[in-house]
Design a protein around this ligand. Sequence first.
Ligand code: FAD
Length: 527
Amino acid sequence: RAQATRLYSAEDPLTILTSDTLKETLRNSSSAWLIQFYSSWCGHCIQYSPTWKALAGDVKDWEQAIRIGVLDCAHENNFDVCKLFGIHFYPTFRYFKARSGTFDLGKTYRGPDRDLQTVRQLMVNFIQNHTREDWPVGCPPLESTRSENVLSLLGQKSEQYTAVIIEDEDSYVGREVILDLMVYEGLRVTRALSSDRALLEKLGVTTVPSAYLLHPNGSHSLMDMQKRLRFFFSSYLKLLPGVHRKQANAAHDPMHAGNGGPGAAEVWKEFDKSKVYMVDLESGLHYLLRVELASHPTLEGEELKTFKDFVTVVAKLFPGRPSVVKLLETLLEWLVSLPLERIPYDAILDLVNNKMRISGLFLSDQLQWVGCQGSLPELRGYPCSLWTLFHTLTVHAAQRPDALANTGLEEDPLAVLQTMRRYIGTFFGCQECGRHFEEMAKESLSQVRSLDQAVLWLWSKHNQVNSRLAGTLSEDPRFPKTQWPTPDLCPACHEERDGLHVWNEEHVLSFLKQHYAGASLKYASSP
Ligand code: FAD
């Protein structure tokens, strides 16, 4: 049973079904289901579980059309239901149609269970097996459109974009992109076939797959893709201005209320997404020192040690303006020189606000977000700046390995990450976020062996958080949570292997170094 808990967890992007939930879930479900009945004792099931999780993550946005589930037949509570469904071998993959009013044992598919791309294409076929009557609610049409339907739209104004993927008949890219974008509004995706010569000629398409974009203002053009891959098409479309995930009103998210601080995003400032703005980093430090820390009236014991290490790391690695770096260094000297075991927060505030100001050392007095602006005051802001700060620190630690000399932290490639981990666990106001971060750290931080790996660890964990939060209330519709850096920022970071998107980590590392420590760092707050 312990094994069962380890194979799949609530953190995985799939549904864990049990005897209590299976029948009810399938009865008249608005979406189709693909369920793996497995046994936690079957070696093959154990080995296959990473692929199944990767598939579930890959098609997470298809949920309204088809969902991925698992059921552990080795769990004694599930014995009866596995018997009822006639499961004799593991793993058994069953496909269940949407909206079937009657009890249905599903259809077993015996396709190769290792090849993710094949399973994904089978899923597309399963969806297309539905009729008009039982078509999954919320699933857009997947069949190809005819040239007249596209040509009649050219030059027309509309409330939304229309993207047309032009491809060969046996290509799945168009249908995959349609499904990837089904939870987005502001855009309609359709597909046309390369056999439609008149259309290709009219649109000037010479290579397939290609995508043609009709803008709301009536203009239209071929999409300029670095690589003609599903991930590139989908990412490009998700990032179009005005295209965003359908979601409930983010203003009601209690976890994030107040994170941006009063006045954030009052006047919108244009900025460049490919830059890191110093004003965000300074505002983050301001919030951290003057607001977040204030809820701890005295610092002592582990809290004090965590704060000292945090100030050490920031003072030594923060690439700020000289007056800010000097302020951090003075704060550090003061903390180190004090023989006290308890420090009242007011003393820190007095030092930062009054004593240092006399010498001309001060942090900006207000919160001002530029790259971390949110479309509502409670979105983005401080947590955005904290991620940005820690990425900047891990990258600077990798660029300047000697920077932490004589601090007691110099030997440890994990120094910045462990300090971040302790800071988040001790001071970060969002406790739930801290709990999740601690889980990720416990699971894999000990595998980090070098400063470069530390940079990549934080990048990959941040992407894990992005994926978990996509479509939730903490997502700013204007800044969709995506796997970052997106192809427009770093085309070389993205590759496709056996139909699955993969990262080129070597390119990701050099991109992160350039982004967080190179010419991308902007000291002015305009683009
Ligand atoms: P953020 O995710 O804050 O990212 C800021 C900027 O970093 C982006 O604009 C982009 O330029 C860059 N970036 C994005 N991804 C990466 C990456 N992979 N590597 C490097 N740079 C990247 N909110 C919750 O609702 N639940 C949680 O459990 C939760 N956990 C959190 C844990 C931590 C440690 C932190 C700091 C924040 C957490 N948050 C959580 C907040 C959430 O992650 C976002 O910070 C917040 O929703 C604001 O999102 P954003 O759009 O500004 O982008």
